[in-house]
Write a protein that binds this ligand. Structure first.
Ligand code: FES
Length: 72
């Protein structure tokens, strides 16, 4: 489905952007130019972004070992 007609951005492209780390409309706008022309796609793009973020796998946190905890 095309979300942004002006810039030919699909929901698939938004999903891919989320998988590559996009988490906000500001980032989506700068990455894919969504909503940078007429702006009519903003609410739909935001909805797709929210759906993609809710379905995205949680990013695992790196394990950090603190030296003071290792001495005990
Ligand atoms: S439809 Fe997205 S900027 Fe016009």
């Amino acid at each position: 489905m095309i979300v942004c007609i002006c810039n030919n951005v699909s929901d698939r492209a938004i999903r891919q952007a989320v998988n590559e780390g996009v988490t906000s409309m500001v980032a989506l706008r700068s990455t894919l130019n969504v909503g940078t022309c007429c702006g009519k796609c903003h609410s739909c793009a935001k909805q797709v972004l929210r759906e993609c973020l809710s379905q995205a796998a949680p990013v695992s946190q790196p394990m950090v070992f603190h030296p003071s905890l290792m001495a005990a």
